[in-house]
Design a protein around this ligand. Structure first.
Ligand code: KG4
Ligand code: ZN
Length: 363
């Protein structure tokens, strides 16, 4: 049994959780506290890094105390403390990692700096039977990637976005349709009353081979269609939202289909597709993946929405898996670990190693 506190502060959620991992790899989530900052950022139409960092500072002690209290676990009873050490908004990452360092030092506990993307990559294992290896479709506000997950710490990237992340596409499109933030849930609910076949948005990267995504063009197609309508009414907005969501789901499915083909035969007789990241909470996307997986004879594993969006439990789980695999660094080394704004989970495919910006490590 390993009891781990996980701390997550890489974007606009201040989160902490306590989990217990058994030797057979099953989990008990003893607490999962998330303080979302949507209200503080709402007037600005997006996440403001300085406001996020300050809000993390104001909340972090309280959120950690609540997580320990709800789990009825004293700090002395923890086996390890795990905290997101990147990638993300650097001010926020510093707050969570510094809090974790202080606790580790004060209580003499192992500290495990976690790559936020590894937290998402392993999040399904918290609640589902998801043995290695599996194909991961990670779709969040900052990342959109297809990754072959072979084991803890053994990841191979098969494709990623060349421009916007899926969540970013939802958020920007919601903003231009006047639906507000967070964009994903707003678009999803607007789309429930809309027709997905009213606007036929072009398939991105239609002539390009491989598993990379492009999501910024869709947003432009929506803008042009909205402008052509003049003053879109409620039904127009619902149809635009539904058509956008449909086109995005279809694009994600087409690249996932290719990744499945690339892995065919390598993942055994019952291969698994795992969803992660905030956008994996979307029912239309989950539905598209379910039907793809059904057609291909793969098993779809989609964790509950609260473990898809950013949370402390997935960071604690990544910490517990690293701890169990003997991958926890010595305390001295962990205390010296510098927070990282960029930190790729897996190397890009051969031939695409160089590049910054959206093609670089964060993408
Ligand atoms: O994983 P996450 O909580 O944070 C990052 O690591 O980025 O993902 C946040 C993103 C946001 O862009 C949000 O709009 C999107 O996930 N999202 C959704 C839904 N719920 C959250 N997108 C589509 N449909 C949803 N239901
Ligand atoms: Zn995330």
């Amino acid at each position: 049994m390993t009891v781990v506190l996980g701390i997550e502060t890489s974007c606009d959620d201040t989160a902490a959780a306590v989990i217990r991992r058994s030797e057979d790899g099953s989990y008990e989530i003893l607490s999962n506290e998330v303080f979302a900052q949507h209200e503080s950022h709402r007037p600005y139409g997006g996440v403001v890094p300085e406001i996020a960092a300050r809000s993390h500072v104001e909340r972090i002690d309280h959120v950690i105390r609540r997580a320990l209290g709800a789990a009825k676990v004293e700090p002395q009873a923890l086996d390890a403390i795990a905290a997101t050490a990147g990638p993300g908004l650097i001010g926020g990452v510093m707050v969570g990692l510094s809090a974790a360092k202080a606790m580790a030092l004060a209580h003499g506990k192992p500290l495990i700096p976690i790559n936020h993307l590894e937290g998402h990559a392993l999040s399904a294992r918290l609640t589902e039977d998801a043995p290695f290896p599996y194909l991961l479709l990670l779709i969040s506000g900052g990342h959109t990637q297809l990754v072959a997950v072979e084991d803890v710490g053994d990841y191979r990237r098969l494709g990623s976005t060349i421009d916007d992340a899926a969540g970013e596409a939802f958020d920007k499109t919601a903003k231009l349709l006047g639906l507000g933030q967070p964009g994903g849930p707003r678009i999803e609910s607007a789309a429930t009353g809309g027709r997905h076949d009213r606007f036929a948005f072009p398939e991105p990267l239609a002539r390009r081979e491989g598993c990379d995504f492009s999501l910024s063009g869709l947003k432009t197609s929506v803008r042009l269609a909205a402008e052509a309508l003049g003053r879109p009414d409620r039904q127009d907005i619902a149809d635009l939202a539904a058509s956008f969501q449909y086109a995005l789901a279809r694009h994600l499915a087409s690249r996932t289909d290719r990744a499945m083909d690339a892995l065919a035969g390598k993942f055994g007789a019952s291969p698994r597709l795992v969803l992660a990241g905030g956008v994996a909470a979307n029912c239309a996307i989950k539905g598209a993946m379910k039907s793809l997986a059904g057609d291909k004879g793969w098993r779809l594993i989609a964790p509950p929405p609260k473990y898809c969006t950013d949370n402390g439990a997935m960071i604690a789980a990544a910490g517990a898996e690293r701890f169990a695999a003997g991958l926890a660094p010595p305390l001295e080394e962990a205390l010296g670990f510098a927070p990282r704004a960029r930190w790729p989970l897996a190397p890009p495919p051969p031939g695409q190693e160089v590049g910054g910006g959206r093609k670089g490590p964060k993408a």
